[in-house]
Design a protein around this ligand. Structure first.
Ligand code: URA
Length: 439
């Protein structure tokens, strides 16, 4: 077999066999197939797609490029959630302790933020001392003690994805349904969960901009997971505006903690409750949405979820100072206000523009090797539907003293879409898919 023949085959739209896909993936991780051939192959997949069988074969080759975590000693249902990435998306930080409080084990393997989207690992590492680099024993111990763990991908879990994701990021091949499916599932299937709920984001702040594309990605994630014999469901959710009030890292952790104390903005509540409900149903803890919501509310009100969050911070080496006495987030000194350019009703807060502004402030990376500034970010004072007047403060940008804010401020000001007509609030839940929908 020769890599170039397989690239040409894919370029011409011919279906590849399992053996051919394995040849490419294993050849790539062993260093026999160079980056330029692999990026060419990814581009051919980007344009011609893959069949269900090819996507399954690609996922399997990437999954078995590394080791799998075995959590079979834990008897509770092990259900995880994965988001395809958004702005202000701190749902995992709130959802994992709630789901654990309701009786699930959540072995959550997460990623770092890249470009305008944030990542759970960067957010949790903004807590001083917190480590997401855990060995198998630590993962199992933390899961058995408190029901959830937040871990980063190690060199031994799906190494093919680690190499391919970095390559796709710089070769314009991220936004491909089969490549995203194989990338996400090769990591998720390795972490030892019994089932998965996917939060597939649609909108200007997401990889999939329109709902039809996001629905296809959701279908691909659910059906490929089913092909590995595991149940899954997907929610398609709106990512046109950032979620919640804070966009950044430490500030998002502080907001997540407030949410666990019961102070949850409507958008965060709708998405968190929908996703946890799907997880509880998948794990057979409840059988209806109503029963799930009742249980979730109980675990927030009696502080079980919030206490599990604090316990997780301690067990993963973090200090709880920022959570004590409801201190909240302390703004750094370098700040600038975002002001409204005209009077009217706020119709949109462009998630991608706010995400890029936050990245320019140092909360995200422009390239994989950049360090992030944990205290940098954006706070929004308004939400869609609010009436605003020219000159009103709509939010604030903050960062370290040496960071210039002019470019970020320009983008942030442009992000606010102010109109004269009334705003009609819509549900953020745009659709749902489970394995039966695909029969
Ligand atoms: N998240 C992933 O892990 N992989 C992708 O390809 C896209 C989002």
């Amino acid at each position: 077999m020769r890599a170039v023949d397989l690239i040409i085959k894919k370029r011409e739209g011919t279906v590849l066999t399992k053996q051919e896909i394995e040849y490419l993936i294993f050849g790539y991780i062993q260093g026999d197939i160079p980056d330029y051939q692999m990026s060419s192959f990814c581009m051919a997949v980007y344009f011609n797609g893959m069949t269900t069988e090819e996507t399954h074969a690609l996922t399997s080759a990437m999954l078995y490029s590394g080791e799998q975590i075995n959590l079979s000693a834990l008897t509770k249902p092990k259900i995880d959630k994965h988001s395809t990435g958004g702005v202000g998306d701190k749902i995992s930080l709130i959802l994992a302790p709630i789901a654990a409080a309701c009786g699930l084990v959540v072995p959550m393997m997460c990623g770092r933020g890249l470009g305008h989207t944030g990542g759970t690992i960067d957010k949790m590492e903004a807590i001083p001392g917190y480590s997401t680099c855990l060995n198998r024993q630590q993962i199992e111990d933390i899961c058995s003690r408190i029901g959830f763990v937040i871990m980063g991908q190690t060199d031994t879990i799906a190494p093919a994805d680690k190499m391919l994701y970095a390559l796709r990021d710089v070769s314009g091949t991220v936004e491909s349904i089969p490549l995203i499916t194989a990338s996400i599932l090769s990591k998720k299937l390795a972490e030892g969960a019994d089932g998965f709920v996917f939060d597939v984001k649609a909108g200007v702040g997401a990889f999939m901009q329109d709902v039809a594309e996001a629905t296809s990605l959701a279908g691909s994630l659910v059906s490929t997971t089913a092909a590995f014999g595991k149940p899954a469901a997907a929610c398609i959710t709106d990512m046109n505006a950032p979620l919640g009030r804070m966009i950044g890292n430490r500030c998002e952790v502080a907001e997540a903690y407030e949410c666990l104390g019961g102070k949850m903005p409507d958008d965060i509540q709708e998405i968190t409750f929908s996703l946890v409900s799907e997880m509880l149903i998948l794990g057979n803890i409840t059988d209806t949405l109503e029963k799930s919501v009742k249980l979730i509310k109980e675990k927030i009100t009696d502080s079980t979820a919030r206490n599990l969050f604090l316990e997780n911070v301690r067990l993963q080496g973090g200090t709880c100072d920022m959570f004590l006495h409801d201190k909240g987030f302390t703004l750094p000194e370098n700040t600038v206000a975002i002001k409204a350019r005209k009077n009217g009703i706020l119709h949109g807060i462009h998630a991608c523009k706010i995400g890029i502004a936050s990245m320019l402030l140092g909360a995200g990376r422009t390239k994989k090797t950049d360090d992030i500034l944990p205290d940098a970010g954006v706070e929004l004072f308004v939400t869609r539907g609010d009436a605003v007047k020219a000159g009103d403060e709509l939010g604030i940008l903050f960062s370290a003293p040496h960071i210039r804010m002019d470019e970020a401020l320009l983008l942030a000001e442009e992000a606010f879409e102010i109109q004269d007509k009334p705003f009609v609030k819509k549900s953020l839940l745009l659709g749902k898919i489970d394995a039966h929908d695909l029969d």
